[in-house]
Design a protein around this ligand. Structure first.
Ligand code: FA5
Length: 373
């Protein structure tokens, strides 16, 4: 294919002339196929750019892109004109064939995150967990203080927070709450995790208890393939006289098995969260690179796996044994009661289940992506 500048100009002028002299919609659509269809002349020209050296590619590439843009503009203009013309001159069919089979209406479906949340809820509910909910606008007390993270605690930096402006009359708080809320004017924020629901639930329900609380949360942080500023977690809490970390392991293994419908490779590693002691994080082996941290592309080149940040594992949840101070905050005696809590990243579960390699796709609203679920 000739690909010098002159050829681009000739092609552009030929295409525009043909559009302008087109007299009906059918011929116009054919022109679209001929120039910008899969094997169209402009498409092939753009594809052949890769064979040129860098300088030529840049020069001819710019011209070819402009030619395509101009084609699309002229095409849209002409189409509008022809539609109006056909409508005005009554050329459009004015009768309806009532015997023709009806066109199928496009059917919507639930967003993959809603599907994931429902599946996870059902599994935990079948294991006897109750369901709870909490507000997305949360007070500093529930989100931090009651979870053993007082104002001066360095762990507050673990959650980059969207703080809200203080209400004018802070006594008329948006949220009802504990005695402490009533005594002390509160700062408000977009909750950074679902853990405050632990406190809200234990204020109302006394142990023994087991509960889950799925919901939306917010973090003021940079996004990448694994991080969003707005995402979903599912909190879990189980309190009893002798609930141990072994119970946690058993329940979570059973959850994974039922959720992924196969054995999955997970690992527990020690971690720190102020509201549990000891604390751990649960990682799942990356399904994109099978734990290698890289993949080999068609050309045989090694490519770092961006989904797991090259580590081979994806962090799915934080967990641990509920800290005595958290139990004390809800007037529950830690000498009598103990238990575990966990917070699962639902988006990460969706990524692993459906092999979605970038979390941002879940929030893109792109129908080509969403229609696959
Ligand atoms: C917490 O949010 C703790 N509240 C979890 C917890 C609950 C620990 C109960 C102990 C007891 P963390 O910040 O690690 O922890 O988040 C938990 C999970 O949310 C992570 O494992 C990950 O799966 C997911 N997650 C965290 N940050 C993001 C993000 N920016 N985008 C998407 N998912 C995220």
């Amino acid at each position: 294919m000739p690909n010098d500048s002159q050829y681009v100009e000739i092609l552009q002028s030929k295409a525009i002339t043909e559009i302008q002299s087109c007299s009906n919609l059918k011929d116009l659509e054919e022109l679209s196929h001929r120039y910008i269809g899969k094997k169209g002349e402009l498409t092939l020209l753009l594809r052949s750019l890769g064979t040129l050296d860098e300088k030529e590619r840049k020069k001819i590439g710019q011209k070819a892109n402009k030619a395509r843009e101009m084609f699309e503009r002229e095409f849209a203009k002409k189409k509008q004109h022809l539609i109006m013309h056909e409508f005005e001159s009554g050329e459009q069919d004015e009768w309806i064939d009532i015997t023709a089979p009806g066109a199928k209406l496009p059917k919507g479906h639930l967003h993959p995150l809603t599907q994931i949340q429902r599946e996870a809820k059902e599994i935990f509910q079948s294991m006897g967990f109750a369901l709870a909910d909490g507000p997305e606008i949360e007070s500093e007390w529930y989100n931090f203080d009651a979870l053993n993270i007082p104002a001066s605690h360095p762990a507050r930096d673990m959650w980059d927070t969207f703080w809200l402006k203080e209400p004018e009359n802070s006594k008329q708080n948006l949220l009802s709450g504990t005695a402490i809320l009533k005594e002390k004017p509160q700062k408000f924020l977009l909750r950074t995790h679902t853990s405050p629901v632990q406190i809200r639930y234990m204020e109302k329900i006394k142990p023994p208890l087991r509960v889950i609380a799925p919901g939306r949360i917010f973090r003021y942080e940079a996004t990448d393939a694994r991080h969003e500023i707005n995402f979903y977690q599912l909190e879990g809490l189980m309190i009893g006289k002798d609930v141990s970390a072994a119970h946690f392991k058993g329940i979570i293994q059973e959850f994974f098995k039922r959720f992924f419908e196969k054995e999955t490779v997970v690992r527990l590693r020690p971690s720190y969260f102020p509201f549990v002691e000891p604390g751990f994080e649960v990682d799942m082996r990356c399904v994109f690179c099978a734990g290698k941290g890289f993949s080999i592309n068609k050309e045989g080149q090694k490519k770092d796996c961006s989904s797991c940040g090259h580590g081979g594992w994806i962090e799915i949840m934080g967990a641990g044994m509920v800290h005595p101070n958290v139990l004390k905050a809800v007037k529950c005696d830690p000498k009598e009661w103990q238990g575990f809590a966990f917070g699962i990243g639902l988006d990460r579960l969706a990524m692993m289940k459906y092999k979605i390699n970038d979390i941002r796709l879940l929030y893109s609203g792109d129908m080509r992506f969403l229609e696959q679920f």
